[in-house]
Design a protein around this ligand. Structure first.
Ligand code: IPE
Ligand code: IPE
Ligand code: MG
Length: 251
């Protein structure tokens, strides 16, 4: 067992880890390759981290794979990413199923090409009864898109007379988010040295611990994940309270 893994406190694991998988393009360019080469190698990291989370017994892993803003990238990159997505899902679905992993997707699926949506639907169906790690792929996703969508749907419920404005509370809003079935992430990791959220889970990250690393996504492996978890376990999560209040609960 790796030394880092031994330092992970199994009793204080986050239930939900969210990752902004960034740096594929730079990783490729640094090696004199095309950006798509980086995305291709990023899949290896996805495999490794999914396996690492499943081994630890993490319940939810959300991976930011493609933002609504990423549609504005050069066409060849968008097309290449879609093909990579479809091929990866096709190749990996058996393996996910064997490992009892349940696949979910969050995002604006209407934006996806038909062939990609079809492949995804099949994979969702195939793994729907699994009870191990919940792997949530954020695809064509952005926090602002999600919030706008929730507001529209709530307004529609009010208009239809199924919901009173006075009854709307935090729980209502959460119910209309794509993540209504998942707890909020306790730990958010972003790779490749960028210190921003880039429209990821804006509502859900309210009290997440943020962890940033310079490691580019295609180089990110289980050891890096353990480092992030150990760092998280050494934080004091106060949720607006004082340190003394938190300590008195722990003791
Ligand atoms: C993350 O890597 C993957 C996606 C956004 C699809 P990037 O493609 O953003 O890589 P960099 O940030 O340009 O290096
Ligand atoms: C965020 O990365 C989106 C994904 C990792 C899918 P970007 O590379 O698109 O973010 P910015 O443009 O650097 O903020
Ligand atoms: Mg990037």
């Amino acid at each position: 067992m790796s030394q880092l893994l031994e330092k992970v406190d199994r009793k204080k694991l986050p239930r939900h880890i969210a990752i902004i998988m960034d740096g594929n393009g730079r990783w490729a360019k640094e090696q004199g390759h095309d950006r798509l080469f980086g995305h291709f190698h990023g899949v290896e990291s996805v495999r490794n981290i999914v396996e690492g989370c499943a081994e630890l017994g993490i319940e939810y892993l959300t991976l930011y794979a493609f933002s609504t803003e990423n549609w504005d990238r050069p066409e060849y990159e968008v097309v290449g990413l879609m093909e990579l997505l479809v091929n990866t899902i096709r190749e990996e679905v058996e393996n996910l199923h064997k490992n009892n992993i349940k696949l979910h997707v969050i995002g604006d699926m209407n934006m996806l090409p038909d062939y990609a949506r079809k492949e995804l639907d099949e994979a969702l169906e195939f793994t729907k009864n699994n009870s191990g790690l919940n792997l949530i792929m954020a695809l064509s996703y952005s926090g602002r898109w999600e919030l706008l969508n929730a507001v529209k749907n709530i307004a529609y419920e009010v208009k239809q007379g199924r919901l009173n404005v006075e009854e709307i509370d935090q729980a209502t809003l959460q119910h209309f988010l794509c993540t209504s079935n998942f707890p909020d992430p306790e730990l958010m990791i972003r790779t490749s040295g960028e210190f921003r959220i880039s429209n990821f889970l804006l509502y859900q990250l309210a009290y997440a611990e943020l962890y940033f690393t310079n490691v580019r996504w295609p180089d990110f492996r289980k050891e890096n994940l353990y480092e992030a978890i150990i760092d998280y376990q050494n934080r004091e999560r106060r949720f607006g309270k004082t340190s003394e209040q938190i300590e008195s609960v722990v003791e």
